[in-house]
Design a protein around this ligand. Structure first.
Ligand code: IPE
Ligand code: IPE
Ligand code: MG
Ligand code: MG
Ligand code: MG
Length: 391
């Protein structure tokens, strides 16, 4: 759970604004065998029935976490099958590096989103396994590359040495490269009919591409190099959605260009970075699961709004945990963002305001699920768990 102690910002984040830093304590080596911390979020501090929107639920947190764990295990079986299929005959250590990173103990959030999205629109979760595998492959590549010396330069991931530390830089780059076409191979071969496969590939390519994930990573790195203290006080954001929406047809909404109308608007830029580097993959995970279950356009739209909102809260909490947690708890280095000069929520708004913002996005996400009635409960629990997660 996030602590609300030290505030470092004087700026206010209103409950419909957008967007999300650190201290430095890099130890040195990987966490020994303590990999359990990255498997399924702990809800040690959550209070069943006392959710973000204050009602009692039939689908309780414990049941939700059991389902998460069970389904993450099923996803890993499918991941391994696809990994073996699409790397067969490939050389080592490339294949070893792919397996090392892909099968490392992650939370499997994005695959689980695909499965729950299939269910919330009325399908069986099993139709979403190809989507689940594909999004985890793209996510895993993005982590390998994110950790490289030329990017965030991290030595710990999922409780283990990062791919380029365990192998070497060129092998890590190539493992990330390989995971991208593997993801599209999974979609192309598993979605039926061909039109559905084409649509799935189109959605994933947009979410992973320069208008979304890769663009967000580029802006994230560029923002490190900017001296924000020399920038004029940015205007408050009006409603936020223009800055955070990366629509699934790949078209940026007005005001959502890479640097906005005011290049010095750090807060607006931060909202867009989060929407692109993190939100787009979260949203498309849901959309691909829903697509596999033949969702209606209205269902797709609701799922998209939900994904956009939890994408923001997920990255705000990631930035808060970097400030408030430990490397042991996270399975990745804590305190790195401030040391790197990252533009983050806690840096711009302070910890308490960042927590309020994450809560606001959680409520927004839950509202987006109204049309699904009780079928929406797992996704409601998920939105709350993102807020309460400890790793
Ligand atoms: C880490 O994502 C990268 C971010 C977008 C913050 P996760 O926190 O989902 O990482 P894993 O998959 O559980 O390792
Ligand atoms: C990375 O954001 C998002 C992607 C991998 C695309 P971060 O750089 O904050 O993720 P962590 O903290 O290293 O997991
Ligand atoms: Mg990064
Ligand atoms: Mg990083
Ligand atoms: Mg981070």
């Amino acid at each position: 759970m996030l602590r609300t102690s030290h505030s470092s910002a004087d700026s206010k984040l209103s409950p419909s604004d957008d967007l999300d830093s650190g201290t430095t304590t890099p130890e040195s080596t990987a966490l020994a065998a303590g990999e359990a911390q990255n498997e399924v979020p702990s809800d040690r501090q959550s209070k069943p029935g006392a959710s973000a929107h204050g009602s009692a639920h039939s689908f309780q947190s414990e049941q939700f976490l059991v389902q998460w764990k069970d389904r993450a295990g099923q996803v890993e079986t499918h991941l391994r099958e696809h990994m073996l299929r699409w790397t067969a005959g490939g050389p080592s250590p490339l294949v070893d590096a792919i397996e090392y990173s892909l099968m490392a103990p992650g939370k499997r959030l994005r695959p689980l989103l695909a499965l729950w999205a299939a269910e919330v629109v009325g399908g069986d979760y099993s139709v979403a396994f190809p989507a689940a595998v594909a999004v985890e492959m793209i996510h895993c590549y993005s982590l390998i590359h994110d950790d490289l010396p030329a990017m965030d330069d991290d030595d710990l991931r999922r409780g283990r040495p990062t791919c380029h530390i365990q192998f070497d830089e060129s092998t890590a780059i190539l493992a990330g490269d390989a995971l991208q076409p593997m993801a599209f191979a999974v979609l192309a071969h598993s979605f039926q009919p061909a039109e559905l496969a084409a649509r799935a590939c189109q959605l994933l390519s947009l979410a992973a591409g320069p208008q979304a994930l890769v663009g967000g990573q580029a802006d994230d790195l560029q923002a490190e190099k900017t001296d924000w203290s020399k920038s004029p006080e940015p205007p408050a954001l009006a409603a936020g959605d223009a800055a955070t929406d990366v629509s699934s047809d790949g078209q940026s909404k007005p005001g959502a260009s890479a640097h906005g109308s005011n290049e010095n608007d750090a807060k607006s830029l931060l909202a867009r970075i989060h929407a692109r580097k993190t939100g787009a993959m979260i949203r498309v995970s849901l959309e691909l699961g829903a697509l596999a279950a033949q969702a209606t356009p209205a269902q797709m739209a609701a799922i998209g709004l939900y994904g956009q909102a939890i994408g923001q809260s997920f990255q705000i909490v990631d930035d808060l945990l970097d400030v408030q947690s430990t490397s042991e708890q996270l399975g990745k280095r804590a305190g790195k963002d401030e040391a790197a000069g990252k533009l983050t929520y806690p840096r711009l708004y302070g910890v308490p305001e960042s927590i309020l913002a994450a809560k606001d996005y959680t409520e927004k996400a839950i509202r987006a699920l109204e049309m699904f009635g009780s079928r929406g409960e797992p996704l409601i629990r998920l939105a709350e768990t993102i807020l309460e997660r400890t790793h």
